[in-house]
Design a protein around this ligand. Structure first.
Ligand code: SF4
Length: 702
């Protein structure tokens, strides 16, 4: 047991981006780590969902990695000392840089690790000489971040859960499922607003716990627009054109906020021109939703005092992901629904630190605080603190890095990520990682990715260490640890400190997470006004520029954070998914996640409580498709795409549309990502997880 053991600590749930506070208590034995509620936690006031309540179950799981492992010449892993592991890592990193140059290495940060750790990893990559550093936001909200940053100023929620709960009259929830993915945000904030009269418009191809939590039945004030996957742009264009048409006939109704458009935006004419020839009837048919229902939803949004958009991966994970989110921004801007409580465009972030991992610069095109690497002044201001030059060209994204594995990329440093499960077309990802000359993985379990590593370093879990994380509404909060369960494991920051110091001698010698945070705040303007003391137990929302700033719960009250200070409107046209159904693959496959599991399942599938709920993957099939294929509910089927096949149980349900099959990426034995398409959005490089062509085979063995 580590000597820095504390008996009970207040910390943050390691799962989703809501950022619920929980307590962890440490019993007499190292493995006796228990969950306790934190009654006055700032975000959740003691409530947790099933994942939060079960989070401590994996801390002392029997599968924990407890010692460094090195792959021997015979291909088998053997236990090694830390000294041996460090020497090997440093010598391979130096060899690769000498032989091929620094861009032959890639670095993967992790949204499951803390701000300080991701800050250190991206600094290590840049000191090594490359901007090839990225994190899994690339797979979830890279397109959202791109659109929000470009058109409004910051790649984050414009508002906070609290002001949305207090002031929003309409929640427009498109491609997001807070009922399942952000359960406490949904129950404690959004559902309370709905109980007091707010209206929900849900736009999603799949009925889910959000649909059920608001009892959306299409006849009441709430609506579920169950569109075909990949038709979000035509649906929003119908909404936008309906608002413009009504405003032309009845300007006195104010559906378009003319003053806001005039004073605070640019590009309105472009939007009007884009929609001039747009055919609403044809578009509604393509969406598979009645035109009248979409027009009614448009009226509800446009006539609300305060309307808020929630956007999720159903919007971002498309080859047109940036355009999808831009169209939501268009809707908010023309109706003046930005810059005050209860409004905005609000991405619900997936992991507990995906916001912070981006904030601290673990991305190939930005330094801490979203300062562009190719902006000379910004880069030089960071270099002044760091004392070394940063490459001035953006690096490769994580999907690009793994596609270059074995070619231009020879080595990979992975902290807490699992690309063999998380990236699309997973079978080929595994093949390419096998072609690397060297890979090091820091993790708590032997992941599907670690199996291809040369060195595996046993890290500590979330409950054993301290640092900060940033939740979905930009609240930076402290995590605190109870001390190590396994003595020979090391915190991610300790490992990076050691590797950095051995490689470069200077710049990585930090004693504790607070020292790292102190440096981070010098190079990250929106965190500059934060210290560990000021964060306290409440945390602070960024931006927080100076000591004493209280942080902003909502953004853009007076102006947008763009060069012109204006919000950018830009009309967008429909781009169908890269793969559409054909004779060979006549179904549309779409993917999403479950409440009781978490991304690649590394933690959640090892949690007895969570696994009891859903122990294996399944596919939702519409009853008409089931009848056509002769599928019984509960029967095992084979689901195929051009990239692979998985065998899983069929659930026959009207939750999905006819012609659309729906499954999840959580389970290694039958992961959806063996089937998904690796086509990318041109700008944000996010893969199109949400639409691929597929086929079902019946009469298969489980
Ligand atoms: Fe954890 Fe999210 Fe559940 Fe809160 S809502 S307990 S942060 S998984």
């Amino acid at each position: 047991m580590s000597s820095d053991k504390q008996d009970t600590v207040k910390t943050i749930c390691p799962y989703c981006g809501v950022g619920c506070g929980i307590q962890v208590s440490q019993g007499d034995e190292p493995g006796d780590v228990q969950f306790m509620p934190w009654g006055d936690a700032p975000v959740n006031e003691g409530r947790v969902c099933i994942k939060g309540g079960a989070a401590t179950e994996v801390v002392d799981h029997e599968d924990r990695l407890t010692d460094p492992l090195i792959r021997d010449d015979d291909g088998e892993f053997r236990e090694a000392t830390w000294e041996e592991a460090y020497e090997y890592i440093v010598s391979e990193l130096e060899r690769i840089r000498d032989e091929y140059g620094p861009d032959a290495m890639g670095f993967f940060g992790s949204s499951k690790t803390m701000n300080e750790e991701n800050y250190l990893l991206q600094k290590l990559a840049r000191r090594y000489g490359t901007n090839n550093v990225d994190n899994c936001t690339r797979m979830c909200h890279a397109s959202t971040v791109w659109a929000l940053r470009t058109s409004l100023g910051a790649g984050a929620m414009t508002n906070s859960m609290r002001d949305l709960r207090e002031a929003a009259d309409v929640f427009w929830i498109q491609g997001a499922n807070p009922g399942e993915q952000h359960p406490i945000a949904n129950s404690q904030y959004f559902r309370q607003a709905v109980l007091e009269g707010a209206t929900v418009i849900q736009v999603d191809p799949h009925a889910n716990k959000t649909t059920r939590s608001f009892q959306i039945d299409d006849t009441d004030r709430h609506q579920h627009l169950q569109l075909n996957p990949g038709t979000d742009i035509p649906l929003l264009n119908i909404v936008l054109k309906t608002i413009l048409e009504h405003h032309a006939d009845h300007p006195e109704d104010g559906w378009v906020d003319e003053a806001f458009v005039e004073e605070r935006t640019e590009g309105f004419d472009h939007l009007k021109a884009t929609l001039e020839e747009f055919d609403k009837e044809a578009a509604a048919e393509e969406c598979g939703v009645a035109l009248a229902a979409i027009e009614l939803a448009a009226e509800k949004y446009a006539t609300a005092d305060n309307a808020a958009i929630f956007t999720g991966m159903g919007m971002s994970q498309h080859a047109c992901g940036v355009d999808n989110v831009q169209n939501e921004i268009n809707l908010a801007l023309i109706t003046g629904n930005l810059g005050r409580p209860g409004t905005g465009v609000n991405p619900l972030r997936g992991q507990n630190n995906v916001q912070g991992t981006c904030d601290v610069g673990a991305m190939p095109n930005v330094l801490p605080g979203y300062q562009l690497v190719d902006d000379d002044a910004a880069r030089e201001s960071v270099e002044d603190v760091w004392g070394f030059e940063v490459p001035d060209e953006p690096g490769l994204t994580n999907v690009e890095i793994s596609y270059e594995a074995g070619d231009s990329v020879k080595g990979l440093y992975v902290m807490g990520e699992n690309p063999v499960m998380s990236e699309p077309d997973a079978n080929s990802v595994a093949e390419r990682l096998a072609d690397l000359e060297f890979m090091v993985v820091q993790d708590i379990f032997m992941t599907e990715t670690a199996e291809y590593a040369n060195v595996i370093l046993p890290a500590t879990t979330w409950a054993e260490r301290g640092g900060t994380v940033t939740n979905t509404d930009r609240r930076v909060q402290r995590m605190r640890g109870v001390g190590k369960v396994h003595e020979n494991t090391r915190h991610d920051r300790e490992i990076l400190t050691e590797v950095g110091t051995r490689l470069f001698e200077e710049g990585f010698d930090f004693e504790n997470p607070e020292e790292i945070f102190e440096e981070l705040r010098q190079v990250c303007p929106s965190y500059h006004g934060m210290t560990y003391d000021l964060l306290g137990e409440e945390g602070l929302h960024w931006p927080c520029y100076e000591l004493g700033d209280e942080g902003d719960p909502f953004l853009y009250e007076d102006e947008f954070d763009t060069e012109s200070g204006l919000g950018h409107i830009e009309g967008v046209e429909h781009t169908p998914p890269a793969e559409t159904p054909d004779d060979e693959y006549p179904l549309i496959l779409t993917t999403a996640r479950l409440e009781e599991h978490y991304n690649t399942g590394t933690m959640s599938t090892r949690s007895p409580t969570l696994n009891r709920q859903t122990p294996e993957n399944f596919v939702d099939v519409h009853p008409d498709d089931a009848a056509r294929y002769g599928i019984e509910d509960g029967e095992y089927v084979k689901l195929r795409s051009r990239r692979g096949e998985i065998t899983l149980e069929a659930h026959v349900t009207e939750d999905t549309k006819e012609g659309v099959v729906w499954t999840t990426p959580h389970f290694a034995a039958a992961s959806a990502n063996k089937l998904t398409n690796h086509v990318l959005d041109d700008r944000a490089k996010i893969p199109e997880y949400k639409a691929a062509a597929a086929e079902i085979e019946v009469d298969v063995e489980p």
